[in-house]
Design a protein around this ligand. Structure first.
Ligand SMILES: Nc1nc2c(ncn2[C@@H]2O[C@H](COP(=O)(O)OP(=O)(O)OP(=O)(O)O)[C@@H](O)[C@H]2O)c(=O)[nH]1
Ligand SMILES: [Mg+2]
Length: 245
């Protein structure tokens, strides 16, 4: 039986753990992330012909290394490369939540956006145009209510399609200004050469331009990648203003 790994990412309080509990029942265990005081919850479930290992990532507003939670979530998506990252977003607070979804889509194309708290949205008279969000983001978008256990089958159907490669999403690519795009184009080949093609070079280029020291440290710790000391990188990144935040 094929086993896939999936991660739950999203802002705090969007129902990730509720979904995690719904999917795994008692087949779950918790501990801490290596070297951090951040809780790590992992569980298993079966669906259709496949088994799934699922990781409940800490809730974060961004993945820019501002806290241990953000570093854990970022490192998991970048280095462990789950077969699918489910971004759980709050239907009653789409604008803020989509910000994190876009960050995840810069890191991986193997994603499904899960709009949770649909029951709450309905109560508030909020209508969510799933098709339009899906079209704009370029990944499957599914509506659920984790608490009421609705929409779970459709969610798992989309997760299976992405995990198995039946569907290869092409997420929207956020364009930056000309100067930043030029620097990204200079950095990407250096990153690819240093780290191999396995990693999201455009996202790493953006983080380097943003002066993300924590990411460089993680890269160094995991693969002894001399990216931070690369002269080519230093040349491009020098005097750069932060691009994100
Ligand atoms: N109405 C409603 N409430 C929900 C739903 N899903 C989760 N909740 C509630 O939302 C609150 C937060 O849920 P959690 O599952 O703890 O959220 P989380 O994303 O794991 O939060 P963090 O771990 O802090 O990031 C809880 O009170 C849940 O009962 C839902 O579909 N509808
Ligand atoms: Mg939680």
């Amino acid at each position: 039986m094929r086993t896939y790994t999936i991660a739950l990412a999203g802002n705090p309080n969007t129902g990730k753990s509720t979904l995690f509990n719904t999917l795994t029942g008692l087949r779950q265990h918790t501990g801490n992330w290596a070297g951090k005081t951040v809780v790590r919850a992992e569980g298993e479930f079966k669906h259709g012909d496949a088994a799934y290992k699922i990781i409940d990532l800490p809730g974060t507003y961004s993945l820019y290394s501002n806290s241990a939670d953000e570093e854990v979530a970022r490192d998991y998506i970048i280095f462990e490369q789950p077969d699918v990252t489910i971004v759980v977003i709050d239907a009653t607070s789409l604008e803020r939540n989509l910000n994190l979804a876009l960050q995840v889509l810069e890191m991986t194309n193997r994603a499904v956006v899960c709009v949770n708290l649909m029951d709450e949205a309905a109560k508030l008279g909020i209508r969510v145009d799933l098709a339009k969000i899906g079209q704009r983001l370029g990944v499957p978008v599914v509506a659920i209510s984790a608490r009421n256990k609705t929409g779970i089958d459709v969610l798992l159907e989309q997760v299976e399609r992405v995990a198995s490669g039946k569907l290869v999403p092409h997420p929207v690519m956020i364009p930056y200004n000309e100067q930043i795009e030029r620097k990204i184009a200079e950095l990407e080949p250096v990153i690819r050469e240093t780290l191999g093609a396995r990693y999201p070079t455009r996202w790493i280029a953006l983080r380097l331009l943003d002066g993300d020291e924590s990411l460089l440290q993680s890269l160094k710790a995991r693969m002894d990648a001399p990216l931070g000391s690369s002269t080519a990188v230093k040349e491009v990144v020098r005097h750069e203003q932060p691009v994100c935040h």
